[in-house]
Design a protein around this ligand. Sequence first.
Ligand SMILES: Nc1ncnc2c1ncn2[C@@H]1O[C@H](COP(=O)(O)OP(=O)(O)O)[C@@H](O)[C@H]1O
Ligand SMILES: [Mg+2]
Length: 507
Amino acid sequence: MTTALNKKERPLVKMESISKHFPGVTANDRVDLELYPGQVLALLGENGAGKSSLMNVLAGLYRPDGGDIFIRGKRVEINSPRDASNLGIGMVHQNFMLVDTMTVAENIILGMADLPFILRLEQVKEEVRLLSTRYNLQVDPDSYIWQLSVGEQQRVEILKLIYRGADILILDEPTAVLTPQEALDLNQVIRRMISEGKAVIFITHKMEEVIRFSDCVRVLNRGRLVAVKKTAETSPGELARLMVGREVLFRLEKEPPDYGEKRLELIEVRAKDDRGLPALCGVSFCIRSGEILGIAGVAGNGQRQLAEVATGLRKATGGEIFINNKDKTNSKPIDFITSGVSHIPADRMVMGAVGDMSVAYNLAMKGYRSPPLAGFGLLKPGRIMDFARRLIKVFSITTPTPDTFIKFLSGGNIQKAILAREIEACGGLLVAVYPSRGLDVGAAEAVRKRLLEQRRAGTAVLLISEDLEELLSLAAPPFRPCPPGADNGPASGTGALAGSQPHPLGF
Ligand SMILES: Nc1ncnc2c1ncn2[C@@H]1O[C@H](COP(=O)(O)OP(=O)(O)O)[C@@H](O)[C@H]1O
Ligand SMILES: [Mg+2]
């Protein structure tokens, strides 16, 4: 893509033998990295491999325990994000760091006060407008952050860094939260930046992005650098193998469906979003035991609200919801749980886990009301530990111990823990929202296999995903269409099913 691999050029960034330890974990073990002007480097590795840690070292958030960093040939100490910023390094984090109640322009100059705020603000707005046109990063400088979609917030993060003069951009899983179109738009932005001699490091789990958008690849495995490749000389299969340490199946074997009883039925369901606007406008469908029903479409078109009404977390403003043929319309969430409904929520960090609780107790959170984890109203710590150890093994959750606070795990491992808990506790209906989002290829494969296992075991699965590949491999009937009498089609033509005509969930 560029001439960036010309070794005579001086590297913009050189990280030499960087180590970073946390209690019980070596996040980075003598890792080397080089980045040249105009280059896009893809940093790959399983969840917990140490990618974010290494980038946090470069961005001044973590102090390394060993190693040297050279920027434009000069050895530097990066002790704070401000140091990094002064060196032209900017990072867009996995979880954004914007202030919700401030505007775009205010966020961009936050912490840069060298001129009176108000004076500066007008000037900044103008500059932001110019920059957003130049990089095709459309955002209104006067919008409040809370009014923006995730994709727009990311644009603000990137604009903020460009505005501050960053020419070394680190994007930590930028496309995990984007729609396919937004991901393509982001790529245009990256191209624009590298054409100006900036350089980009991006972390992703999506192989096709690596192949299409990067010049070179570095692969981390358990904190160690295990491969350095030119993108043109490698393949998705090879990269997946390097990351995971084994062959990864991109295709899943699936038996023909064996449908049973109706587990979930929605009839003309209506619901509003948090702003009171219509999100579901008469949605009808049913899912039977042994069936995975896929909901395709771009996020933000009612998917979240659909999952929430199906799990009792959001009021339906119209229509009816049946679980196991019993009317549960607007019942309490606990009624849904005791009816066997499990939920893998879209926003796992907010809704799925309690950071200041151990991995073991997070895993036990759903089963704590009944034996074997509790008896006569008392929790049984020994049983909880045994239970946790088993799930940690079965779902390959990487954690120093079952007692570790879950907030210290990498994002992917927190996700695996939530999945483990919800799948384990599932009593017949599993509502899975973007279940493999942000997971590495090995973990995503494991999750998909578990969903198929659930299907085989007779669970009904409502699968909401933006990943067409995932929907087609899990939800689409493999060999024959639905048998007569097991019609899962939308009664009034108002659903979006994988395998039927694509139709956003706007209904
Ligand atoms: N602030 C922290 N405190 C304790 N452990 C951490 C911290 N940050 C990362 N780790 C641990 O370091 C390892 C690497 O994590 P991370 O760099 O986030 O991986 P990746 O980004 O590749 O998924 C993981 O085992 C993680 O639990
Ligand atoms: Mg990470």
